[in-house]
Design a protein. Structure first.
Length: 134
């Protein structure tokens, strides 16, 4: 009889998975990013993809971090615009980040409490679209 509660607990735990941010790339230039999920976003960054290095060691062109202890998931973030409750980390000194260029691939990194959502996008005719990071 004692196995049922333990088995139920393990099944529920396994079905839930760790909550990570969800990201949807908007189509404009600069692109917008809809951040959702079951966790607060602690940090968000965008950088140019260097095919010779793994994304997790590449430096972002633009990075923001949560400074608000109550909520860290803004509904929408636009590249280069720091939302309320966040602080710009890169580039330093609140300088505007470099403009995004047509035909180039970029990564985004949304860091949550328990993991991160990483993806890639590119600009074609000033319209952003998600692509494989390869």
């Amino acid at each position: 009889m004692t196995r049922f509660p333990i088995l139920t607990f393990l099944l529920v735990l396994g079905a839930c998975g760790e909550p990570i941010p969800e990201v949807k790339v908007g189509v404009g230039n600069p692109p917008g990013f809809a951040l959702k999920g079951r966790t607060d976003t602690l940090g968000f960054s965008v950088g140019a993809v260097d095919d010779e290095k793994p994304i997790d060691v590449q430096k972002p062109m633009w990075e923001i971090r949560n400074t608000n202890s109550r909520s860290g998931t803004p509904v929408n973030v636009v590249y280069g615009v720091t939302p309320a409750g966040f602080q710009q980390i890169a580039p330093e000194g609140n300088v505007l980040p470099a403009s995004l260029v047509n035909g180039k691939r970029y990564f985004y990194w949304a860091q949550g409490m328990y993991g991160a959502k990483v993806g890639c996008f590119e600009l074609q005719q000033d319209k952003a679209r998600e692509v494989a990071c390869e």
